[in-house]
Design a protein around this ligand. Structure first.
Ligand SMILES: [Zn+2]
Length: 439
Protein backbone atom coordinates (compact mmCIF):
# COMPACT_ATOMS: atom_id res chain seq x y z
CA UNK A 1 0.00 0.00 0.00
CA UNK A 2 1.23 3.49 -0.87
CA UNK A 3 1.27 6.17 1.80
CA UNK A 4 0.35 8.96 -0.60
CA UNK A 5 -0.89 8.95 -4.18
CA UNK A 6 -0.75 12.21 -6.13
CA UNK A 7 -3.15 12.01 -9.07
CA UNK A 8 -4.02 14.21 -12.09
CA UNK A 9 -0.73 16.10 -11.69
CA UNK A 10 1.27 17.95 -14.31
CA UNK A 11 4.67 16.58 -13.29
CA UNK A 12 7.99 18.31 -13.95
CA UNK A 13 10.34 15.37 -13.51
CA UNK A 14 13.53 17.36 -14.27
CA UNK A 15 14.78 14.27 -16.11
CA UNK A 16 16.29 15.29 -19.46
CA UNK A 17 14.86 12.28 -21.28
CA UNK A 18 11.30 12.81 -20.04
CA UNK A 19 10.88 16.36 -18.74
CA UNK A 20 7.14 16.42 -18.15
CA UNK A 21 4.39 13.92 -17.48
CA UNK A 22 1.01 15.60 -17.97
CA UNK A 23 -2.01 14.41 -16.00
CA UNK A 24 0.10 11.72 -14.28
CA UNK A 25 0.55 9.90 -10.99
CA UNK A 26 3.25 9.90 -8.29
CA UNK A 27 3.31 7.47 -5.36
CA UNK A 28 5.22 7.88 -2.09
CA UNK A 29 6.02 5.09 0.34
CA UNK A 30 7.89 5.99 3.50
CA UNK A 31 10.54 8.49 2.48
CA UNK A 32 10.77 7.32 -1.16
CA UNK A 33 9.11 8.03 -4.50
CA UNK A 34 8.03 4.58 -5.66
CA UNK A 35 6.05 5.31 -8.82
CA UNK A 36 5.92 8.04 -11.49
CA UNK A 37 3.81 7.55 -14.58
CA UNK A 38 0.75 8.11 -16.77
CA UNK A 39 -1.23 5.09 -15.50
CA UNK A 40 -3.14 4.80 -12.25
CA UNK A 41 -1.28 2.26 -10.10
CA UNK A 42 -3.36 -0.71 -9.02
CA UNK A 43 -2.25 -0.80 -5.35
CA UNK A 44 -4.36 1.25 -2.92
CA UNK A 45 -3.02 4.28 -1.03
CA UNK A 46 -3.66 5.58 2.48
CA UNK A 47 -4.23 9.09 1.15
CA UNK A 48 -4.95 10.43 -2.34
CA UNK A 49 -4.22 14.05 -3.26
CA UNK A 50 -6.01 15.36 -6.33
CA UNK A 51 -3.60 17.67 -8.18
CA UNK A 52 -5.96 18.98 -10.87
CA UNK A 53 -4.70 22.42 -11.93
CA UNK A 54 -1.48 21.92 -9.98
CA UNK A 55 2.14 21.33 -10.93
CA UNK A 56 4.10 18.67 -9.06
CA UNK A 57 7.88 19.13 -9.08
CA UNK A 58 11.01 18.47 -7.01
CA UNK A 59 11.51 20.71 -3.99
CA UNK A 60 13.97 23.54 -4.65
CA UNK A 61 17.56 23.51 -3.42
CA UNK A 62 19.17 26.65 -1.99
CA UNK A 63 22.93 26.11 -2.05
CA UNK A 64 23.94 29.30 -0.25
CA UNK A 65 22.23 31.03 2.62
CA UNK A 66 22.69 32.31 6.15
CA UNK A 67 19.22 31.39 7.44
CA UNK A 68 19.47 33.13 10.83
CA UNK A 69 19.77 36.46 8.99
CA UNK A 70 16.01 36.21 8.36
CA UNK A 71 15.86 38.19 11.60
CA UNK A 72 17.58 41.06 9.77
CA UNK A 73 15.21 41.10 6.79
CA UNK A 74 14.97 44.76 5.76
CA UNK A 75 17.33 45.94 8.52
CA UNK A 76 20.00 47.44 6.24
CA UNK A 77 18.78 48.24 2.74
CA UNK A 78 20.38 50.53 0.17
CA UNK A 79 23.83 50.84 1.76
CA UNK A 80 27.19 50.57 0.00
CA UNK A 81 28.82 47.20 0.62
CA UNK A 82 31.46 48.31 3.15
CA UNK A 83 29.03 50.47 5.11
CA UNK A 84 26.43 47.66 4.95
CA UNK A 85 28.88 45.11 6.35
CA UNK A 86 30.99 47.07 8.84
CA UNK A 87 28.53 49.72 10.09
CA UNK A 88 25.30 47.74 10.01
CA UNK A 89 25.66 43.93 9.80
CA UNK A 90 28.75 43.21 11.93
CA UNK A 91 27.63 45.40 14.89
CA UNK A 92 24.16 43.84 15.04
CA UNK A 93 25.54 40.32 14.58
CA UNK A 94 27.76 40.99 17.60
CA UNK A 95 24.58 41.45 19.65
CA UNK A 96 22.78 38.29 18.47
CA UNK A 97 22.28 35.72 21.23
CA UNK A 98 21.63 31.99 20.74
CA UNK A 99 17.91 32.66 21.34
CA UNK A 100 17.82 35.42 18.72
CA UNK A 101 19.59 33.24 16.17
CA UNK A 102 17.22 30.35 16.90
CA UNK A 103 14.26 32.66 16.24
CA UNK A 104 15.84 33.77 12.94
CA UNK A 105 16.51 30.18 11.90
CA UNK A 106 12.95 29.08 12.72
CA UNK A 107 11.45 31.98 10.75
CA UNK A 108 13.80 31.29 7.83
CA UNK A 109 13.01 27.58 7.67
CA UNK A 110 9.28 28.37 7.81
CA UNK A 111 9.69 30.77 4.90
CA UNK A 112 11.65 28.20 2.88
CA UNK A 113 9.12 25.44 3.51
CA UNK A 114 6.31 27.88 2.61
CA UNK A 115 7.96 28.87 -0.69
CA UNK A 116 8.97 25.39 -1.85
CA UNK A 117 12.60 25.06 -0.75
CA UNK A 118 13.32 21.61 0.65
CA UNK A 119 17.13 21.44 0.89
CA UNK A 120 19.67 24.10 1.84
CA UNK A 121 23.37 24.70 2.37
CA UNK A 122 23.75 27.06 5.31
CA UNK A 123 26.76 28.98 6.66
CA UNK A 124 26.52 30.79 10.00
CA UNK A 125 27.25 30.29 13.68
CA UNK A 126 25.39 28.50 16.52
CA UNK A 127 25.04 25.80 13.86
CA UNK A 128 24.54 22.76 16.11
CA UNK A 129 21.46 24.58 17.45
CA UNK A 130 20.28 25.35 13.89
CA UNK A 131 20.79 21.67 13.00
CA UNK A 132 18.53 20.68 15.89
CA UNK A 133 15.83 23.10 14.65
CA UNK A 134 16.15 21.62 11.14
CA UNK A 135 15.82 18.10 12.55
CA UNK A 136 12.67 19.14 14.42
CA UNK A 137 11.09 21.12 11.56
CA UNK A 138 11.87 18.52 8.90
CA UNK A 139 13.92 20.53 6.38
CA UNK A 140 16.95 18.96 4.62
CA UNK A 141 20.12 20.93 5.34
CA UNK A 142 23.92 20.90 5.16
CA UNK A 143 25.35 23.16 7.87
CA UNK A 144 28.77 24.74 8.25
CA UNK A 145 30.42 27.47 10.27
CA UNK A 146 32.65 29.52 7.95
CA UNK A 147 36.02 29.74 9.67
CA UNK A 148 37.45 33.26 9.85
CA UNK A 149 40.94 34.05 11.19
CA UNK A 150 42.75 37.30 10.45
CA UNK A 151 45.83 36.44 12.56
CA UNK A 152 47.05 32.92 11.81
CA UNK A 153 49.77 33.12 14.52
CA UNK A 154 47.15 33.36 17.24
CA UNK A 155 44.91 30.62 15.77
CA UNK A 156 43.95 28.16 18.47
CA UNK A 157 41.65 25.41 17.18
CA UNK A 158 40.60 24.41 20.71
CA UNK A 159 39.24 27.91 21.30
CA UNK A 160 38.01 28.63 17.76
CA UNK A 161 34.25 28.62 17.60
CA UNK A 162 34.10 27.69 13.90
CA UNK A 163 36.35 24.68 14.45
CA UNK A 164 34.50 23.54 17.56
CA UNK A 165 31.06 23.89 15.94
CA UNK A 166 32.30 21.94 12.89
CA UNK A 167 33.47 19.12 15.15
CA UNK A 168 30.17 19.11 17.10
CA UNK A 169 28.16 19.11 13.86
CA UNK A 170 30.27 16.22 12.51
CA UNK A 171 30.02 14.11 15.63
CA UNK A 172 26.41 14.75 16.62
CA UNK A 173 24.51 15.71 13.47
CA UNK A 174 26.26 14.35 10.34
CA UNK A 175 23.69 12.12 8.55
CA UNK A 176 21.09 12.63 11.31
CA UNK A 177 17.41 12.42 10.37
CA UNK A 178 18.00 9.51 7.93
CA UNK A 179 20.71 11.48 6.11
CA UNK A 180 18.67 14.70 6.02
CA UNK A 181 21.19 16.72 8.04
CA UNK A 182 24.84 16.97 7.06
CA UNK A 183 27.89 18.75 8.42
CA UNK A 184 30.13 20.58 5.95
CA UNK A 185 33.57 22.11 6.50
CA UNK A 186 33.97 25.76 5.61
CA UNK A 187 36.55 28.46 5.03
CA UNK A 188 34.52 31.69 5.10
CA UNK A 189 36.55 33.19 2.22
CA UNK A 190 40.10 33.72 0.93
CA UNK A 191 40.27 37.28 2.28
CA UNK A 192 39.19 36.37 5.83
CA UNK A 193 41.89 33.74 6.42
CA UNK A 194 45.27 32.48 5.16
CA UNK A 195 47.04 29.30 3.97
CA UNK A 196 47.73 27.98 7.49
CA UNK A 197 43.99 28.06 8.25
CA UNK A 198 43.09 26.51 4.88
CA UNK A 199 45.37 23.56 5.58
CA UNK A 200 43.84 23.13 9.01
CA UNK A 201 40.28 23.13 7.57
CA UNK A 202 41.32 20.73 4.76
CA UNK A 203 42.53 18.28 7.40
CA UNK A 204 39.35 18.74 9.41
CA UNK A 205 37.26 18.00 6.28
CA UNK A 206 39.32 14.89 5.53
CA UNK A 207 39.13 13.65 9.12
CA UNK A 208 35.32 13.77 9.18
CA UNK A 209 34.79 13.18 5.41
CA UNK A 210 33.03 16.53 4.88
CA UNK A 211 32.22 18.64 1.81
CA UNK A 212 33.33 22.29 1.70
CA UNK A 213 31.46 25.61 1.49
CA UNK A 214 33.26 28.92 0.75
CA UNK A 215 32.59 32.46 -0.56
CA UNK A 216 34.63 33.02 -3.74
CA UNK A 217 35.34 36.13 -5.85
CA UNK A 218 32.17 37.89 -4.75
CA UNK A 219 33.46 41.44 -5.25
CA UNK A 220 35.93 43.07 -7.61
CA UNK A 221 38.07 44.44 -4.78
CA UNK A 222 38.28 41.04 -3.04
CA UNK A 223 39.39 39.42 -6.32
CA UNK A 224 41.94 42.14 -7.15
CA UNK A 225 43.37 42.37 -3.62
CA UNK A 226 44.08 38.65 -3.73
CA UNK A 227 45.98 39.02 -7.01
CA UNK A 228 47.98 41.86 -5.42
CA UNK A 229 48.71 39.80 -2.29
CA UNK A 230 49.54 36.39 -3.81
CA UNK A 231 50.02 37.11 -7.52
CA UNK A 232 47.14 34.70 -8.06
CA UNK A 233 43.34 34.78 -8.19
CA UNK A 234 41.35 33.45 -5.20
CA UNK A 235 40.47 30.31 -7.24
CA UNK A 236 44.14 29.71 -8.10
CA UNK A 237 45.57 30.22 -4.60
CA UNK A 238 42.85 28.15 -2.91
CA UNK A 239 43.25 25.33 -5.48
CA UNK A 240 47.01 25.41 -5.02
CA UNK A 241 46.47 24.96 -1.27
CA UNK A 242 44.23 21.93 -1.70
CA UNK A 243 40.95 23.56 -0.67
CA UNK A 244 39.08 22.15 -3.72
CA UNK A 245 40.33 18.58 -3.25
CA UNK A 246 36.86 17.61 -2.01
CA UNK A 247 33.28 18.42 -3.12
CA UNK A 248 32.95 22.20 -2.82
CA UNK A 249 30.26 24.85 -3.17
CA UNK A 250 31.76 28.24 -4.03
CA UNK A 251 29.26 31.03 -3.44
CA UNK A 252 29.05 33.97 -5.88
CA UNK A 253 31.91 33.47 -8.44
CA UNK A 254 31.10 36.92 -9.89
CA UNK A 255 34.66 37.88 -10.88
CA UNK A 256 36.11 34.57 -12.12
CA UNK A 257 38.52 34.69 -15.07
CA UNK A 258 38.19 32.19 -17.93
CA UNK A 259 41.16 30.31 -16.48
CA UNK A 260 39.46 30.23 -13.06
CA UNK A 261 36.37 28.66 -14.68
CA UNK A 262 38.50 25.98 -16.34
CA UNK A 263 40.25 25.29 -13.04
CA UNK A 264 37.01 25.08 -11.03
CA UNK A 265 35.41 22.84 -13.68
CA UNK A 266 38.41 20.54 -13.56
CA UNK A 267 38.24 20.43 -9.74
CA UNK A 268 34.49 19.72 -9.82
CA UNK A 269 33.66 22.87 -7.82
CA UNK A 270 30.01 24.00 -8.02
CA UNK A 271 29.08 27.68 -8.14
CA UNK A 272 26.23 28.86 -5.91
CA UNK A 273 24.93 31.73 -8.06
CA UNK A 274 23.19 34.40 -5.93
CA UNK A 275 21.87 36.82 -8.56
CA UNK A 276 19.63 38.96 -6.34
CA UNK A 277 22.13 39.41 -3.50
CA UNK A 278 24.81 40.33 -6.05
CA UNK A 279 22.46 42.90 -7.60
CA UNK A 280 21.34 44.35 -4.27
CA UNK A 281 24.89 44.81 -2.99
CA UNK A 282 26.00 45.90 -6.47
CA UNK A 283 28.77 43.28 -6.51
CA UNK A 284 28.29 42.50 -10.19
CA UNK A 285 26.62 39.80 -12.29
CA UNK A 286 28.07 36.29 -12.53
CA UNK A 287 27.87 34.72 -15.99
CA UNK A 288 26.01 31.43 -15.67
CA UNK A 289 26.31 30.68 -19.38
CA UNK A 290 30.06 31.22 -19.40
CA UNK A 291 30.56 29.04 -16.33
CA UNK A 292 28.48 26.20 -17.77
CA UNK A 293 30.23 26.54 -21.16
CA UNK A 294 33.50 26.02 -19.28
CA UNK A 295 32.05 22.85 -17.73
CA UNK A 296 31.20 24.10 -14.24
CA UNK A 297 28.12 22.94 -12.35
CA UNK A 298 26.05 26.03 -11.44
CA UNK A 299 23.40 25.96 -8.71
CA UNK A 300 21.39 28.74 -7.04
CA UNK A 301 21.40 30.48 -3.66
CA UNK A 302 19.61 33.36 -2.03
CA UNK A 303 22.41 34.42 0.33
CA UNK A 304 21.26 35.89 3.67
CA UNK A 305 18.02 37.80 4.07
CA UNK A 306 19.85 41.04 4.81
CA UNK A 307 20.98 41.24 1.18
CA UNK A 308 18.02 39.85 -0.72
CA UNK A 309 15.47 40.07 1.26
CA UNK A 310 13.70 36.77 0.73
CA UNK A 311 14.39 33.04 0.56
CA UNK A 312 11.93 32.60 -2.34
CA UNK A 313 14.08 30.64 -4.81
CA UNK A 314 11.54 31.11 -7.61
CA UNK A 315 12.68 34.74 -7.67
CA UNK A 316 16.30 33.63 -8.09
CA UNK A 317 15.39 31.24 -10.91
CA UNK A 318 13.67 34.02 -12.81
CA UNK A 319 16.43 36.55 -12.07
CA UNK A 320 19.09 34.06 -13.20
CA UNK A 321 17.29 33.42 -16.50
CA UNK A 322 16.68 37.12 -17.18
CA UNK A 323 20.19 38.26 -16.23
CA UNK A 324 21.84 35.56 -18.37
CA UNK A 325 19.88 36.90 -21.34
CA UNK A 326 20.43 40.56 -20.46
CA UNK A 327 24.21 40.45 -20.08
CA UNK A 328 24.74 38.40 -23.25
CA UNK A 329 22.18 40.20 -25.51
CA UNK A 330 21.02 36.64 -26.24
CA UNK A 331 17.49 35.56 -25.19
CA UNK A 332 18.52 31.91 -25.64
CA UNK A 333 21.48 32.15 -23.21
CA UNK A 334 19.61 30.38 -20.39
CA UNK A 335 16.29 28.72 -21.29
CA UNK A 336 13.51 28.08 -18.76
CA UNK A 337 14.36 24.39 -18.33
CA UNK A 338 18.05 25.08 -17.73
CA UNK A 339 17.16 27.86 -15.26
CA UNK A 340 14.96 25.40 -13.34
CA UNK A 341 17.78 22.85 -13.31
CA UNK A 342 19.95 25.35 -11.39
CA UNK A 343 17.57 25.08 -8.41
CA UNK A 344 16.93 21.33 -8.64
CA UNK A 345 19.26 18.86 -10.40
CA UNK A 346 22.35 21.09 -10.24
CA UNK A 347 21.69 22.00 -6.60
CA UNK A 348 21.50 18.33 -5.64
CA UNK A 349 24.81 17.69 -7.43
CA UNK A 350 26.42 20.66 -5.65
CA UNK A 351 25.35 19.31 -2.26
CA UNK A 352 26.43 15.75 -3.05
CA UNK A 353 22.78 14.69 -2.85
CA UNK A 354 22.22 13.77 -6.52
CA UNK A 355 21.26 10.22 -5.56
CA UNK A 356 18.81 11.51 -2.92
CA UNK A 357 16.84 14.40 -4.43
CA UNK A 358 16.53 16.93 -7.29
CA UNK A 359 14.26 14.95 -9.64
CA UNK A 360 10.90 13.18 -9.55
CA UNK A 361 12.09 9.62 -10.09
CA UNK A 362 11.42 6.20 -8.57
CA UNK A 363 13.98 5.42 -5.88
CA UNK A 364 14.78 9.03 -4.98
CA UNK A 365 13.59 10.51 -1.69
CA UNK A 366 10.22 12.24 -1.75
CA UNK A 367 11.07 15.96 -1.60
CA UNK A 368 8.07 17.17 -3.57
CA UNK A 369 6.23 20.47 -3.94
CA UNK A 370 2.87 21.35 -5.49
CA UNK A 371 2.15 24.70 -7.11
CA UNK A 372 -1.43 25.86 -7.52
CA UNK A 373 -1.50 27.23 -11.06
CA UNK A 374 -5.24 27.87 -10.97
CA UNK A 375 -4.92 31.64 -10.85
CA UNK A 376 -4.98 34.63 -13.20
CA UNK A 377 -1.22 34.99 -12.56
CA UNK A 378 -0.35 31.67 -14.18
CA UNK A 379 -3.10 31.02 -16.78
CA UNK A 380 -3.32 30.16 -19.57
CA UNK A 381 -0.46 27.66 -19.40
CA UNK A 382 1.10 26.81 -22.77
CA UNK A 383 4.19 25.22 -21.22
CA UNK A 384 4.34 24.21 -17.54
CA UNK A 385 8.13 24.69 -17.33
CA UNK A 386 8.03 28.21 -18.63
CA UNK A 387 4.95 28.99 -16.48
CA UNK A 388 6.90 28.00 -13.37
CA UNK A 389 10.02 29.96 -14.34
CA UNK A 390 8.49 33.16 -15.74
CA UNK A 391 5.06 33.47 -14.04
CA UNK A 392 4.99 31.57 -10.74
CA UNK A 393 6.45 32.49 -7.35
CA UNK A 394 6.95 30.80 -4.01
CA UNK A 395 3.53 32.12 -2.94
CA UNK A 396 1.94 29.68 -5.42
CA UNK A 397 3.34 26.68 -3.49
CA UNK A 398 0.42 24.91 -1.80
CA UNK A 399 2.20 21.82 -0.43
CA UNK A 400 5.76 21.00 0.60
CA UNK A 401 6.88 17.44 1.34
CA UNK A 402 10.36 16.42 2.56
CA UNK A 403 11.38 12.76 2.92
CA UNK A 404 7.76 11.75 2.39
CA UNK A 405 6.40 13.99 5.19
CA UNK A 406 4.09 16.91 4.42
CA UNK A 407 5.45 19.99 6.26
CA UNK A 408 3.16 22.62 4.74
CA UNK A 409 -0.22 22.29 3.09
CA UNK A 410 -2.81 24.88 2.04
CA UNK A 411 -1.80 27.51 4.60
CA UNK A 412 -1.10 25.07 7.43
CA UNK A 413 2.40 24.53 8.83
CA UNK A 414 2.73 21.06 10.37
CA UNK A 415 6.05 21.38 12.24
CA UNK A 416 6.18 24.98 13.49
CA UNK A 417 3.90 27.34 15.42
CA UNK A 418 3.93 30.01 12.71
CA UNK A 419 2.19 32.75 14.73
CA UNK A 420 4.81 32.37 17.48
CA UNK A 421 7.70 32.23 14.99
CA UNK A 422 6.57 35.54 13.48
CA UNK A 423 5.81 37.30 16.79
CA UNK A 424 9.15 36.18 18.30
CA UNK A 425 10.95 37.71 15.31
CA UNK A 426 8.89 40.92 15.57
CA UNK A 427 9.73 41.30 19.27
CA UNK A 428 13.45 40.78 18.59
CA UNK A 429 13.36 43.30 15.74
CA UNK A 430 11.97 45.93 18.13
CA UNK A 431 14.88 45.27 20.51
CA UNK A 432 17.42 45.39 17.67
CA UNK A 433 16.19 48.88 16.78
CA UNK A 434 15.87 50.18 20.35
CA UNK A 435 19.33 48.87 21.37
CA UNK A 436 17.94 46.65 24.17
CA UNK A 437 19.71 43.39 25.02
CA UNK A 438 18.42 40.49 22.91
CA UNK A 439 17.27 37.47 24.81
ZN1 LIG B 1 27.05 34.49 1.86
Amino acid sequence: MFDILFCNADILTMRDENRTVLNGYVCVEGKYITYVGKDLPSAPSKRTIDCTGKILMPGLINTHTHTAMSLLRGYADDYALNEWLFDKVFPVEGRLTAEAIEAGVRLGFAEMIRTGTTSISDMYYFQPMAAQVALDMGIRASFCNGIICFDADSFNPDADRGVQETITLSREFHNAGNGRIKADASIHAEYTSSPKIWHFVNNLADKYNLNMQIHLSETKSEHENCIEKYGKTPSQILAENGVFDRKTIAAHCVWLSDDDMDLLAQKGVSCAHNPISNLKLASGIASVRKMTDHGMNVALGTDGCCSNNTHDLFEEIRAAALLAKGISYDPTALCAYDALKLATVNGALAQGRENEVGRIKEGLEADIILLDMNSPITRPMYDPISAVVYSASGRDVCMTMIQGKILYENGEYKTVDIEKAISDADELAKKIISGEDLC
